[in-house]
Design a protein around this ligand. Structure first.
Ligand code: C5P
Length: 407
């Protein structure tokens, strides 16, 4: 993953003595594959579950366990870290950190650390629910540490409940949030993503090839940068991103309704969804027989959601649309910018094999009232970050212009 935001970052990875310690081995490997430098510190109990040798081999760095080794690791390791990740975090280590103890290498390292800290607890549901653990977690939150709330499900002890270590994707998002600049903090962002499906009968529908990857990348990167995110998603095969409000819809009419409900409070609206322009003029409640299908399908036009937002937009709201084009990019993008009264149109080429639908990369042109800029081929996450950079610069321009007129 050449463009991973983890590339070049140094992560101090604390592992505690829970059965979930074996999952930490996979996380270390994933971090390294994304280009991060990982330094693992194990508690004494963790080393009984998974050996330091495993973590040394996977991280490519020595794994540390002993507080009384030759060096001053409890100072040097945190000093070099961009972030600290503790997974699994046991009730014991959480209590140690809450109290500020420094009686092992991991707790001393966290105490000596000024980098952001992510705690991923894993334990029995009753241990987690105990007021002592809850009070300790509250203390860690107060110190500014981020807690990845454990998942519910079957626990290693055989019981069901809350206490499972979160999935790596969730922890990764939280970690990226700690590493990202929080320049979208305070913004309420509404993003649409994916295709819509327009049913003809109980078995058939009209749709398009949108995978939702670009819209989901926009949602994840906005959340990382501190925005409060609502994602209105058509039917896609992607997992809902953590830590945001995800509204699932199917048809263009459902999407229009969800957007108009959430747009009222949004400061930035990004319409990345590939909304079907037409739906069946009449839905058949019974499956249409092959012999009865008319060779010509009667269609009705769907509302243009972006144009509707543009026609009654607030002056303090930033409106961003997409244009999937197979030719005449610049002219089409500019036409849509004006026709839909948007602030920015992101044009992408749907004919390229590494751009547009389904691809993991994209090459876009950003069109505003007075500029046009074509970016290089980038991952969809990097592309999303560049769109947010542009959105922020438009907001700043608007603020500056507002200040000038009131001066
Ligand atoms: O006109 P066209 O469909 O090419 O414009 C694309 C932009 O308009 C995208 O931002 C898309 O989400 C939005 N759109 C919409 N409602 C529609 C069709 C497109 O909001 N019915």
């Amino acid at each position: 993953m050449s463009g991973s935001p983890l590339r070049g970052k140094t992560i101090l990875f604390g592992v505690c003595g829970s059965i979930a310690a074996f999952k930490a081995a996979g996380w270390v490997s994933a971090l390294r594959q994304e280009g991060a430098q990982v330094h693992v510190v194990l508690t004494a109990a963790a080393a009984r579950f998974v050996t330091p040798l495993t973590f040394a081999a996977l991280s490519g760095n020595p794994a540390h366990e002993n507080m009384f080794a030759a060096g001053m690791e409890h100072i040097s390791l945190p000093a070099a870290a961009d972030a600290v990740l503790i997974a699994p975090a046991t009730a014991q280590t959480i209590a140690r950190l809450a109290q500020g103890f420094a009686d092992d290498l991991l707790s001393a390292s966290v105490l000596a650390c000024s980098a952001p800290v992510l705690i991923c607890p894993a334990m029995n549901a009753r241990m987690l629910a105990h007021p002592a653990t809850q009070r300790n977690l509250a203390a860690l939150r107060e110190y500014g540490y981020r807690i990845a709330e454990p998942d519910c499900g079957r626990l290693a002890c055989g019981e069901e409940g809350a206490g499972r270590l979160v999935e790596w994707d969730t922890a990764r998002e939280a970690l990226l949030g700690l590493l990202a600049k929080q320049d979208l903090a305070g913004e309420r962002v509404l993003i649409t993503a994916g295709p819509t499906q327009e049913p003809l009968d109980p078995a058939r529908f009209l749709s398009n090839r949108s995978s939702g990857k670009m819209g989901y990348a926009l949602a994840r990167t906005a959340r990382r940068r501190g925005a409060e995110v609502t994602l209105v998603s058509g039917p896609v095969a992607l997992a809902p991103p953590p830590d945001m409000n995800v509204v699932s819809v199917r048809t263009a009419l459902e999407m229009a309704e969800a957007v108009s409900r959430h747009a009222q409070t949004a400061s930035i609206v990004v319409k990345a969804a590939a909304v079907a322009d037409f739906r069946a003029a009449a839905f058949s409640a019974q499956k249409i027989k092959k012999t009865a299908i008319e060779p010509l399908l009667a269609l009705a036009a769907n509302p243009d959601i972006l144009a509707a937002l543009g026609s009654r937009r607030r002056t303090d709201q930033l409106l961003i649309g997409f244009a999937a084009e197979s030719g005449g990019h610049e002219a089409e993008g500019r036409r849509k910018l004006l026709a839909k009264n948007a602030d920015l149109i992101v044009v992408n080429d749907i004919l390229g094999s590494s751009t547009g639908f389904e691809a993991d990369t994209n090459q876009i042109t950003l069109i505003t009232r007075d500029s046009s800029e074509t970016l290089e081929l980038l991952s969809k996450e990097e592309t999303a970050d560049r769109i947010w950079d542009k959105a922020l610069s438009l907001l700043q321009e608007r603020k500056a212009a507002g200040a000038e007129t009131t001066a």
